[in-house]
Write a protein that binds this ligand. Structure first.
Ligand code: MG
Length: 172
């Protein structure tokens, strides 16, 4: 069970994801969480460097899809601006929407990496679906109360498990 909470890789932000390393592992597509991964929680604002990152991964041939447990409106705004598909009300960590995202991008699961800031939704769901998982540090501290409770659990999980996970970050 605990193995399912382990990300395969751990970085500060999207910008630190090692694209060349992933290409070498035949990863061609990203399933990305929205809140605190692409934007700050409950915000539509996209930082310039994040938009630039999306231009870069597309130019390098990667596909991308936003997967969020939230309602459609905000996710659509961001996805349209980035010109990528999205799935809302994804019910992460359930597997269905992860599988749909892989289908939408027209790739195989072994070519897909999940990127998100939460162990109990993004990482657990990605691992349950058999995908490569990348944990990012949350962009902002302001967040939904349910998320805060999960975070308290995450601190324990992270302290005990992340020592073995590759990536430049060890603290959180
Ligand atoms: Mg998130």
């Amino acid at each position: 069970m605990l193995e399912l909470l382990h990300p395969h890789y751990y970085v500060d932000t999207l910008l630190d994801i090692p694209l060349d390393e992933l290409k070498a592992q035949n990863i061609e597509a990203f399933i990305l969480d929205l809140d605190n991964t692409i934007t700050e929680w409950n915000s539509n604002e996209l930082r310039g460097e994040i938009e630039e990152w999306f231009r870069r991964i597309k130019a390098e041939g990667f596909k991308a899809c936003i997967l969020s447990n939230n309602a459609e409106r905000r996710i659509k705004l961001v996805a349209d601006r980035l010109d990528i598909p999205f799935i809302h009300r994804a019910a992460k960590p359930r597997r269905g929407a992860f599988r749909r995202a892989v289908e939408v991008m027209g790739v195989r699961s072994d070519q897909t990496a999940v990127v998100g800031d939460q162990i109990f939704t993004d990482i657990l769901g990605g691992n349950r679906t058999g995908l490569y998982t990348i944990l990012v540090k949350p962009l902002a501290r302001r967040e939904f109360i349910g998320t805060k409770i999960n975070r308290t659990l995450e601190i324990f999980v992270l302290r005990h498990l992340l020592r073995r996970v590759p990536g430049p970050r060890r603290d959180r």
